[in-house]
Ligand binder design. Structure first.
Ligand code: NCD
Length: 485
C-alpha cells in the first residue's frame, strides 16, 4: 500500500519514533564535527529514486531541506518552485498535476494554498505524497522537526531519547494560532503525546473552532479555564486557558457529552506546574488574513521576557521565518534552539523519505493507525464545505472533486470536511431514491448511507429539487415540518 503523509495523524506514535531513531542514526553516522545537529556528506541508499518538490507557495527551509535530504540519501530531485511557471496558472487542477508528475518521480512533496490540496494529491497519485503545507491547515513534517527538537531537549535534561518524554511537558504555543498550519499539526501531536498545552495567542489569532473541536473529539484534549487552572496551580499560569489530555497518551479518549473530569493524578500534575518547558513562537501569517482582518497587537519574545523564573528551562522554538515576534537578542541565549530545529529538517526528512520509499524495510507497519474512525459520507449533491479556502470549494477543483465528510457526531449529527476539517451541522436530510427530505436530521440513521443526502438547511434541499416528506405517525418530528411556499 502506498503511504502518504498528509496529516500528522497519518503516522502512528511508533512510526514517528522509528523516523526519529533513523534520524538519530543519520546524525551519528553523518554528523558534522562540532555540529551534532547537522548531517554532511552523501550516502547511496536512494540512488534509484527521484523526489519531486511541487511548491505553489513560497518556501526556503521546507523545500531546500527536503531536496538536501534526498541528495544526501543519494537520490535525485526535480523541482517546480515557482507557481507562476507551472501549469496551475493555466488552470490545471491538483489531480491532473500529480497524475502527470507521478510519472517523473517516486515521491511527491507538495505545498499548496488550498486547504486539503495535499489530500487530493494523495488520492490521485500512485506514489507517496508528503504535505509540505496546505494553506492554514497542516504542515506535518514541520511538526516532526518540532517534536524531534523537543525530544532532543528532553534527552539533554536526562530523559531517554523517546517521544514518551513529551508527556507532561508544559508547552506554550505563541502568536498566530489561527492561521498558522505549523501550530495546528503540532497541537494535535502534543495532544496525542499528552503534553500540557498553554495557548498564548495574539488577540484575534486564537485557535479556530475546528481545531478546538478536533482536539476534543479526536484526542480528548479539553480546555480548562483560568479559574479552573488557578484553583489547581500554585503559580498562576500566563494564559487564560490550558489544554489537557487523558491519562493514557497512547489511547485516544472517547468523547463524551459530560464535562471532562480531571483525575487525581492530573490535578496533582497541574498543581506542580511551575516551569514552562518550551515556547513555540510563530509569526503573524499576514498573507492569510481575510479581507478587513487586522491584527494590531502581536506578542514578542525577548530575553527580558524570559527572565521570569518559570521560563528558566524553556526551550524557544520557531518554525521560521521570523519577522518581529522573536527578538535577535535570543540568538545568543542557550534556550533559543530555532536554528537547530531548522537544521534537524534534513535528518528528519531523510528518515521520512527512507521510510516512505522503503529504503529501510519495516519502518512503517501495515497495521491500521490508532486514530478515531468515523463513518464517511460523500454525495453528488447537498451539503458542501463552507470554508472558502477548502480545496473542494475551488472553481478548478470542483470540476471533478466531490465534497466528502466524516460523521464525527452521529447524534446531532455533525459532519467534518474530510479535506479541511471544518465542521458542519446539517439542518435537513433527504433520500436520493425518493427525493424527499425532512428537517428531523436525527433520523438520518434510518436511511441507507448510499441513499442519504445531507443539506445545509431546508432551503438548500428545496433548491436541489427535493420535496418535504409528508408527516407520518411513525415520524413525529415531521409533524412540525412546514411546507414550502
Ligand atoms: C512555516 C510555513 O510555511 O508554514 N515555515 C516553514 O515551513 N518552516 C511557517 C511560516 O511560514 O510562518
Amino acid at each position: 500500500m502506498t503511504r502518504s503523509v498528509v496529516s500528522i495523524d497519518d503516522l502512528s506514535n511508533s512510526e514517528i519514533e522509528a523516523v526519529f531513531r533513523l534520524a538519530d542514526q543519520y546524525l551519528s553516522e553523518m554528523g558534522t564535527p562540532g555540529k551534532p545537529f547537522r548531517v554532511s556528506g552523501r550516502r547511496g541508499d536512494a540512488e534509484q529514486y527521484i523526489l519531486a518538490t511541487i511548491f505553489f507557495e513560497p518556501s526556503t527551509r521546507t523545500r531546500l531541506s527536503f531536496e538536501s535530504a534526498m541528495l544526501r540519501l543519494g537520490g535525485e530531485i526535480i523541482s517546480s518552485a515557482d507557481p507562476n511557471s507551472s501549469s496551475a496558472v493555466k488552470g490545471e487542477t491538483v489531480a491532473d498535476t500529480v497524475r502527470v508528475v507521478e510519472n517523473y518521480a517516486d515521491l511527491l512533496v507538495i505545498r499548496h494554498p488550498y486547504e486539503g490540496a495535499a489530500k487530493v494529491a494523495s488520492e490521485y497519485a500512485s506514489v507517496p505524497v508528503i504535505n509540505a503545507g496546505d494553506g492554514s491547515h497542516e504542515h506535518p513534517t514541520q511538526t516532526l522537526c518540532d517534536l524531534y527538537t523537543l525530544r532532543a531537549a528532553q534527552s539533554q535534561k536526562g530523559a531517554a531519547p523517546s517521544i514518551d518524554s513529551l508527556r507532561d511537558m508544559n508547552v506554550v504555543l505563541w502568536g498566530d494560532l489561527h492561521h498558522g498550519r505549523t501550530v495546528h499539526s503540532l497541537v494535535y501531536a502534543l495532544a496525542r503525546f499528552g503534553a500540557r498545552i498553554i495557548p498564548l495567542a495574539a488577540p484575534g489569532c486564537e485557535f479556530p473552532e475546528h481545531v478546538q473541536q478536533r482536539l476534543a473529539r479526536d484526542y480528548g484534549c479539553y480546555p480548562l479555564s483560568r479559574k479552573d487552572v488557578d484553583s489547581l496551580a500554585e503559580d498562576a499560569l500566563p494564559a487564560d486557558v490550558l489544554y489537557v489530555t487523558p491519562d493514557q497518551p497512547h489511547q485516544l479518549a472517547l468523547i463524551s457529552n459530560v464535562w471532562f473530569q480531571l483525575s487525581e493524578k492530573q490535578q496533582a500534575s497541574i498543581r506542580s506546574m511551575k516551569n514552562i518547558d518550551a515556547f513555540y513562537s510563530t509569526r503573524l501569517q499576514r498573507e492569510r488574513l481575510g479581507a478587513g482582518e487586522q491584527v494590531t497587537e502581536y506578542p514578542v519574545i525577548d530575553s527580558q521576557f524570559l527572565k521570569e523564573k518559570k521560563y528558566r528551562q524553556a526551550q524557544v522554538l520557531h518554525p521560521l521565518p521570523r519577522v518581529d515576534e522573536l527578538s535577535y537578542d535570543l540568538d545568543q541565549d542557550q534556550r533559543g534552539v530555532y536554528f537547530k530545529q531548522a537544521s534537524y529538517g534534513v535528518p528528519v526528512r531523510m528518515a521520512l523519505v527512507a521510510a516512505l520509499l522503503e529504503l529501510q524495510p519495516g519502518m512503517f507497519s501495515a497495521e491500521p493507525l490508532h486514530r478515531r474512525q468515523y463513518v464517511s459520507y460523500r454525495q453528488r449533491e447537498g451539503l458542501i464545505c463552507s470554508n472558502p479556502r477548502c480545496v473542494t470549494c475551488q472553481e478548478t477543483e470542483r470540476r471533478y472533486l466531490l465534497p466528502k465528510f466524516l460523521i464525527v457526531d452521529e447524534n446531532v449529527p455533525i459532519l467534518r470536511c474530510a479535506y479541511c476539517d471544518h465542521e458542519h451541522q446539517p439542518r435537513a436530510v433527504g433520500r436520493l431514491s425518493t427525493r424527499k427530505f425532512t428537517t428531523a436530521v436525527d433520523q438520518w440513521k434510518q436511511i441507507h448511507l448510499q441513499d442519504i443526502v445531507f443539506f445545509r438547511d431546508e432551503q438548500q434541499a428545496i433548491e436541489s429539487g427535493f420535496q418535504p416528506k409528508r408527516p407520518s405517525r411513525s415520524a413525529p418530528h415531521d409533524a412540525a415540518l412546514k411546507s414550502p411556499q
